[in-house]
Design a protein around this ligand. Structure first.
Ligand code: NI
Length: 183
């Protein structure tokens, strides 16, 4: 297992639609194990493979409380089967948009189908935090980030802030070679 670097806004890969996984083999299980380790290290409650730069439909989640035993979930090729009309609002954050939180309204209850790490078909009905987390992570596999659910004004402001920060993090550019003006 290994902790992998998490990509951050405005990395364009966060907008990629991830590929479905046709065969679940050891490489997929290793990817999921790395994702869990990366998520726990961050720490976070959910992570999609694209957040470590891998455009595959793998999600890991653990919404257990701080004093509860760990409850890791691995969801492959997860998709939303149904969603309630009733909505709920949670303050969301994202490991790819660190230290930014905003309220997002989503269906309060969802049914999600997926494959587990052994390839068995599974279905989960969720509400509360897990329902929100499932929708947030499935969004990632479709290239949608939680800030895409905010107003354009708020979204643009966050993107601008992170774009600026990313530029500052880059090593200083080499001084431009001197060129004499011609003409
Ligand atoms: Ni996220």
């Amino acid at each position: 297992m290994a902790i992998r670097p998490i990509i951050k806004l405005p990395d364009p890969r966060l907008k990629l639609v991830s590929d479905a996984i046709p065969v679940i083999d050891e490489s997929v299980r290793t990817l999921a194990a790395d994702m869990l380790e990366t998520m726990y290290d961050a720490p976070g409650i959910g992570l999609a493979a694209i957040q470590i730069g891998v455009p595959k439909r793998v999600i890991v989640i653990d919404v257990s409380g701080k004093d509860e035993p760990k409850a890791p979930m691995i969801l492959i090729n997860a998709r939303l089967v149904s969603a309630s009309d009733e909505m709920s609002v949670y303050e969301e954050g994202c490991l790819s948009i660190p230290d930014y939180y905003a309220e997002v309204e989503r269906p309060a209850r969802v049914t999600v189908s997926y494959l587990d790490e052994h390839g068995a078909e599974r279905r989960i009905e969720a509400e509360g935090l897990l329902a929100t987390c499932l929708q947030h992570e499935i969004d990632h596999t479709n290239g949608i980030n939680f800030i895409d659910h905010l107003s354009k004004l708020k979204r643009d402001r966050v993107i601008k802030k992170f774009t600026k920060a990313a530029k500052l993090e880059q090593p200083a550019a080499e001084p431009a070679p001197h060129r004499s003006m011609a003409g």
